[in-house]
Write a protein that binds this ligand. Structure first.
Ligand code: GUN
Ligand code: ZN
Length: 435
């Protein structure tokens, strides 16, 4: 692996910005540089300082005038749903039953899973995403394909074989024992290999019997450091049906709590319609509510109260994500544009600094991985995105009148997509150019 120096405008966050004028929350170097060595950031700072510390003959890549940021992180999406995107359904449950479950049945074939895995990682890289947290299908073959491809690309990925043993087609069901055994097998084969993290993944309470939830609880006890991912409170019909299936629980969140699944490493997709009690329980447990704006709008699920949940006396930790294929774009820029519009509809403001914090350090913190990803600090992994806010003629025209960093970020978020991603570096390697 060669040592290289990237020159450009560096932007990374130190903590969540309190306001648009909170300049202490981020580091911005107008003539900055990163030295990349052995997959890590070996030096980060002004071009003059980094250049002075670089070994003789270091390859120099000049990304000026573009922005250099930590690679984007997507904390919830579905690897087997690449061909589900743009399916015309009235709501979540119709969408799952009509399109999503039949499509996921195809992942029993490892050749199909491997083919889709190639496309999956290509899209992440094309859109500047360097880490993602995905649901595979119920089939172990899908998790094998997912993690094998992550290792080939050197990417830091979180994922899990879905556990589901009811309320779906036969080809998509395991049993409590199979769900347990195959999750253990996936952990044994893939967790800690390369940069892989295995997540315990009961799909949601509707598709797991109480016996399978017990199996998930056992896994959570046996592997307390693993991430857990599931869905919570996305759609009113879903909530009603779930509570009917678990009448002993006081609400939807309580179902997961009863099985020991509410903890600091649990990622709950959606969480749109939480009661105060549920938000308190999430906050006390330190669990993450993962906001998936393009999906919530596409499926008509509702408006996620991001700002209200963050400023509660007991705040709820928040992640942001695409939720492919309920979501409609692989781009975290498009995702945050829709997140912004949802807050507008709720009478709230989501400022651009906040958006970029969430896509990078915020999501790294949500995953408890901020010591290695989501920043440009020396010693962290060299996962980096290079952004061009003038990537299209219409964007370039608007850039002519942009005066501040915040305005530039907002333009990128409002009009940008994969065309704004100049390069995506994974562990120091330029991956987009190689696609
Ligand atoms: N709830 C359970 N499974 C799914 C899924 O695949 N997508 C979404 N959006 N919600 C779910
Ligand atoms: Zn989902």
């Amino acid at each position: 692996m060669t040592v290289k120096l990237l020159r450009g405008r560096l932007l990374s966050f130190k903590r969540a910005p309190q306001s648009l004028t909170d300049t202490d929350s981020y580091l911005y170097k107008t003539d900055g540089a990163l030295l990349l060595d052995g997959g890590k950031i070996a030096a980060s700072g002004s071009y003059a300082d980094v250049k002075a510390s670089a070994p003789e003959g270091t390859e120099e890549i000049d990304h000026r005038p573009h922005l250099i940021m930590p690679g984007f992180i997507d904390t919830h999406l579905h690897f087997p749903q690449m061909q589900v995107i743009a399916s015309y359904a009235a709501n979540l449950l119709e969408w799952l039953n009509t399109y999503t479950f039949p499509e996921e049945c195809r992942f029993v074939e490892s050749a199909h899973a491997q083919k889709i895995a190639t496309h999956f990682y290509d899209e992440l890289i094309r859109h500047g995403t360097t880490t993602a947290v995905a649901y595979c299908s119920v089939h172990k073959t899908s998790a094998d394909a997912y993690f094998a491809e992550a290792m080939k690309r050197g990417m830091c990925m979180v994922g899990g074989k879905v556990m589901m043993d009811r309320n779906a087609p036969q080809g998509l069901l395991d049993t409590p024992e199979m769900g347990y055994d195959e999750t253990r097998a996936v952990i044994a084969e893939w967790h800690g290999k390369g940069r892989n993290h295995v997540a315990i993944t009961p799909r949601f309470a509707i598709t797991s019997t109480p016996a399978q939830m017990e199996a998930a609880a056992t896994l959570a006890r046996e592997f307390p450091d693993l991430h857990i991912q599931t869905h919570l409170s996305e759609n009113h019909d879903e909530i009603r049906y779930t509570c009917e299936l678990y009448p002993e629980a006081v609400d939807y969140t309580d179902i997961y709590a009863r099985y020991g699944l509410l903890g600091k490493k649990t990622l709950f997709g959606h969480c749109i319609h939480l009661s105060d009690r549920e938000a308190d329980a999430m906050s006390e447990a330190g669990s993450i509510a993962v906001h998936c704006p393009t999906s919530n709008l596409f499926l008509g699920s509702g408006l996620f109260p991001l700002k209200a949940l963050s400023r509660r006396e007991k705040p709820v930790r928040i992640g942001v994500a695409t939720d492919i294929g309920g979501g409609s774009s692989y781009s975290m820029l498009r995702t945050m544009d829709e997140a912004y519009k949802i807050q507008q509809l709720l009478g709230e403001r989501l400022n651009p600094l906040d958006s970029y914090y969430h896509m990078t350090l915020g999501n790294a913190e949500a995953l408890s991985l901020a010591d290695s990803i989501g920043t440009l600090e020396t010693g962290t992994d060299a996962d980096i995105v290079v952004l061009n806010a003038a990537a299209t003629p219409a964007m370039a025209l608007k850039m002519d009148v942009v005066k501040t960093l915040a305005e530039e970020l907002f333009l990128l978020q409002t009009m940008g997509d994969d065309r704004s991603i100049v390069e995506t570096y994974v562990a120091g390697n330029a991956m987009k150019a190689a696609l």
